[in-house]
Design a protein. Structure first.
Length: 457
DNA sequence: GTTGAGCGTT
């Protein structure tokens, strides 16, 4: 058997490189990215329509076009949007502030292990710049000899770049290197989960089905289906906001109604601020939570679902579920059946600088208790859309504004109804409730952050 | 001038 090659170029007009395919005729994404770091897929010109066609990507394998295979035509790399948008980033205004903030919240220094002795900081930077803007690159050296210690650190400007880099191995100057979140940083930074729990799966829903379906909403970096069959699975997105935006929703895939909710933290160790972030690395070659038992089976996320659908309100002791601190944090909120929910489409997303939002759903909750508990947890209530008496936000430390305030009037922390640092002015979109029976909350913000947040209700 | 799991003079 002879190896088949296909021609791949970085872009039109660039010189193609021949890449080897696998026995099944597919091209490994890792083969592609070894030659074109940061590339996330392939496209080719359809000779008839002259428009680009995307190459099917599934389970890390790029599949040849069904009509005629790879052939002798040239395929072009597809890169994440960010790499293509260098000039757009120069729109420095309030968005820049938001961007910096996101960076601060989400990006960490990353350790690069296994560097060749010869690799310089310049080499390191140049390699990783294909994934996005690099804010820092350093190679650790012996102070006396100047000799590299074989590892270094990098920092990206965007979380997307960080995620992409963490999701794969890297060939740098001829050596395979690993990029990880440094031990010293682990757990310190609050990360937004990229992984969602898919409940009510049936046995005929394959990983491909899930990947294809959820791929509509954003890049899927991992799909995990427990074996033997356990009626649930996990889907990991590159973008945590996409993951969050789907939580709480029901989706029909191949006629099966599945329910999307937050994936349970992988362990119950809730010291600190909750989410460990090792899970953020879409599998890293393996498949999701391969450690023994995973998240504890249906008892993990299932518990949350039970609570969510539970027969009665779970009011009473939620202020204490976080242990001795007495605060509730994200997992606690989940345990209440409160699922994370950003929103998709529309320009609302840009008004949600933290990428965090919760939709409390139509739960039979006591408004005052909700407000108090959320206040303790550092969450601010931004809308009460139920036809109930409004809770007294001010009492709990919330700033309240008129129900019909809009985003513009509240930008820059102005808004009506108070401006205390640390809390969020609540608001609802475009002048009022869209749907009764829902609560919206947003995480409280620091004084320097834009006090705004609009959430799909 | 060698090495190859790890964790950063600030």
């Amino acid at each position: 058997m002879s190896i088949e090659y296909l021609q791949v170029a970085e872009d039109e007009g660039e010189e193609p490189i021949e890449l080897p395919t696998e026995d099944d005729g597919t091209l490994l994404l890792s083969t592609l990215s070894a030659q074109f770091p940061g590339s996330s897929g392939l496209k080719y010109r359809n000779p008839e329509s002259k428009s680009f066609r995307g190459v099917r990507l599934s389970e890390g394998r790029l599949h040849p076009p069904p009509d005629g295979g790879w052939g002798s035509q040239i395929f072009y790399c597809v890169f994440p949007k960010e790499n293509k948008r260098k000039s757009d980033d120069n729109l420095e205004n309030s968005t820049a502030k938001t961007k910096r903030m996101e960076t601060k919240l989400r990006c960490t220094d990353l350790i690069v292990l296994g560097l060749p002795w010869k690799t310089t900081e310049q080499n390191l930077r140049e390699y990783f710049e294909t994934f996005g803007e690099v804010l820092m690159a350093q190679v650790k050296k012996d102070p006396k000899t100047g000799q590299s210690k074989g590892f270094g650190f990098i920092r990206f400007a965007s979380y997307e770049s960080q995620m992409r880099v963490l999701a794969q191995r890297h060939m740098i100057d001829g050596r395979w290197c690993d990029v990880k979140v440094p031990n010293s940083k682990e757990g310190l930074i609050q990360q937004v989960p990229c992984k969602v729990f898919i409940g009510r799966c049936t046995e005929d829903l394959t990983a491909d089905d899930l990947r294809e379906y959820f791929g509509k909403f954003g890049e899927v970096t991992d799909v995990f289906i427990p074996k033997p069959f356990r009626a649930f699975s996990f889907v990991t997105f590159l973008d945590p906001e996409v993951a969050q935006s789907l939580c709480g929703e029901d989706h029909i895939i191949k006629g099966v109604s599945v329910h999307v909710s937050n994936a349970a933290p992988k362990s119950e160790t809730r010291a600190g601020s909750g989410y460990g972030n090792r899970d953020m690395r879409g599998g890293g070659g393996g498949h999701g939570p391969s450690r023994g038992g995973g998240p504890g089976g249906p008892d993990g996320p299932g518990m949350y679902q039970q609570r969510y659908n539970g027969p009665g309100p779970n009011q009473g002791n939620w202020g204490n579920q976080g242990g001795p601190r007495g605060n509730i944090d994200m997992p606690n909120l989940q345990a209440l059946g409160i699922t994370g929910q950003g929103q998709q489409g529309s320009n609302q997303q840009s008004c949600n600088p933290l990428g965090l939002g919760l939709n409390l759903g139509a739960l039979p909750m006591n408004p005052a208790l909700v407000a108090a508990a959320l206040n303790q947890a550092g969450w601010g209530l931004i809308g009460n859309l139920q036809n109930q008496p409004e809770p007294n936000f001010n009492q709990g430390g919330f700033n309240s504004g008129p129900n019909n305030s809009n985003a513009a009037s509240n930008q820059n922390g102005g808004g009506q109804g108070g401006n205390n640092p640390g809390f969020l002015n609540w608001m609802s979109q475009g002048g009022g409730p869209e749907q009764p029976g829902r609560w919206s909350v947003a995480q409280t913000t620091a004084a320097t952050m834009p006090r705004q947040g609009i959430f799909k209700i």
